[in-house]
Design a protein around this ligand. Structure first.
Ligand SMILES: NC(=O)c1ccc[n+]([C@@H]2O[C@H](COP(=O)([O-])OP(=O)(O)OC[C@H]3O[C@@H](n4cnc5c(N)ncnc54)[C@H](O)[C@@H]3O)[C@@H](O)[C@H]2O)c1
Length: 444
């Protein structure tokens, strides 16, 4: 599925119109291809704090070239700034001193990562300065342009060495449609991440269960987790059995057809995963529906059905898998929320309630899970799929352009974010809800 506006603005006549009429001009986003290095270019590391010294070593483990001083005429693919040493409002000028001279030396699709300390772990002037980083990074995300992204990563004290998988994701083209986000590492006193022997196949030996895997975002999640080495068990409704089997056969996976709202669904899923796979490492609750209607015209059946599929089924399945200890140690539970659950959307009271509920579900479990199991969610914005192709043209155009990248995202962008959560080194990434929305203006 292509973005026709983007195709048009890349044409000779389109380029002239964009320039003269000031129309949005989306940059073609780079995406990761299997076998590529994580970062194609050099990363400049700056700042002062508890991570500055270890950052070049961490980047080295990921195979990323880095320097600590700006060179004349050099171009950079990424910037990492350690802001954990900023302890007062006065110190915040360090941000301008580092970034202003280097911003014009960035290549297209550049990556900026600012690292801070969770404000709640600090006091007084440090707390003020650390909180200020959010406004700085979110604004720079709207300025950087040319497909660039900007994120803030709050790393709790003691979790300095749990940053690898997050740096690998945020500095690479895997995070093409993720910008203006705040990621929290070590927020719930998690275990430290497991070592990853092969960063091109970090999920080797893992079993991943993905609902709604026959098409759209779910299909791409299944393919991406398989690319990263996992054995995938895909689930979809019986009506989608043919499509599901086709996808799963292509990725040497296994499948299960049932309606996740069926009374016995949690038990059947648990039994299948236990008996055929000896347990599961990654559970992705992707299946979801919209049955839009303004609340004044809503029926109890439609309202209830959306809540059952999008929220109640993930809750019941997770509870059963945890109760039967089907989820292995260092396991991952991943929800799919939506920007609608954050900003609200006309005609979507049921959908937005269900998706905000997914965020509540993450919050409710993040502190309680044991054995290194984590729970996180993605909140996609406008992702180009069969679901959004059905949206009327004008609404679709507005949805696609109202973000810092002036374009819709692709299913792969959601899938890559899920693969980062799933990484065995992401054990300290817990309780996060990261938006995959190109820094959408709504609910930002
Ligand atoms: N496309 C977007 O822009 C977007 C934005 C935000 C969030 N999301 C969320 O991403 C997820 C995937 O969306 P998509 O665009 O790929 O949708 P899609 O309609 O293409 O795919 C959803 C899949 O879920 C399956 N499913 C639905 N009800 C089920 C049930 N009761 N039991 C088992 N499987 C069931 C469907 O058969 C389908 O294969 C959904 O949770 C959706 O809410 C999508």
């Amino acid at each position: 599925m292509s973005d026709k506006y983007q195709d048009f603005v890349s044409s000779p006549i389109g380029k002239i119109l964009v320039k003269n009429l000031g129309l949005p001009n989306p940059t073609k986003l780079e995406r990761y291809k299997a076998g590529d290095p994580l970062v194609q270019g050099t990363v400049l590391v700056g700042g002062r704090g508890r991570l500055a010294e270890s950052l070049p070593g961490l980047l080295d483990v990921l195979g990323v070239a880095s320097v600590t001083a700006q060179g004349d005429g050099e171009k950079y693919k990424g910037l990492v700034f350690d802001a954990t040493g900023l302890a007062s409002t006065e110190d915040l000028v360090d941000l301008q001193a580092f970034f202003t001279p280097v911003l014009r030396s960035l290549t297209s699709n550049a990556r900026v990562v600012v690292i801070g300390t969770p404000p709640a772990q600090t006091e007084g002037g440090t707390r003020v300065a650390q909180r200020a980083l959010e406004g700085f990074t979110r604004s720079l995300g709207k300025e950087i342009g040319k497909g660039g992204t900007v994120q803030l990563v709050y790393v709790a004290e003691g979790y300095e060495d749990s940053l690898l998988s997050t740096l690998g994701f945020l500095l690479s083209p895997k995070s093409a449609y993720v910008s203006g986000q705040v990621v929290r590492i070590g927020a719930h006193k998690e275990k430290h991440g497991a070592d990853v022997a092969d960063w091109t196949a970090p999920l080797t030996g893992k079993v991943a269960f993905v609902t709604g895997a026959s098409r759209g975002i779910g299909e791409e999640i299944a393919r991406t987790l398989h690319r990263d080495g996992a054995t995938v068990v895909g689930l979809d409704v019986p009506q989608a059995a043919d499509e599901l089997q086709k996808v799963m056969k292509e990725i040497d996976g296994d499948w299960l057809t049932l309606d996740i709202t069926a009374k016995d669904a949690p038990q059947r899923i648990a039994q299948h995963l236990k008996e055929k796979h000896g347990g599961v490492d990654i559970v992705v609750h992707n299946a979801g529906v919209t049955l839009d209607k303004k609340l004044a015209n809503q029926t109890p059946e439609r309202f209830g059905k959306v809540l059952q599929i999008n929220l109640e089924a993930p809750e019941r399945i997770t509870a059963e898998l945890l109760a039967q200890k089907v989820i292995n140690a260092n396991g991952r539970i991943i929800g799919v929320a939506s920007i609608a659950g954050i900003a609200g959307n006309l005609g979507q009271t049921s959908y937005a309630a269900s998706k905000a509920g997914v965020i509540g579900f993450v919050d409710s479990l993040a502190d309680k899970l044991k054995d290194g199991i984590t729970i996180n969610a993605v909140a996609p914005g406008f992702i180009i799929t069969a679901m959004t192709a059905a949206v009327p043209f004008a609404t679709r155009e507005v949805g696609q352009r109202l973000n810092a990248m002036s374009q819709g995202g692709l299913p792969i962008d959601v899938a890559e974010t899920i693969a980062w959560y799933a990484n065995p080194a992401s054990s300290a990434v817990n309780g996060n809800v990261v938006r995959v929305c190109g820094q959408m203006m709504l609910g930002a």
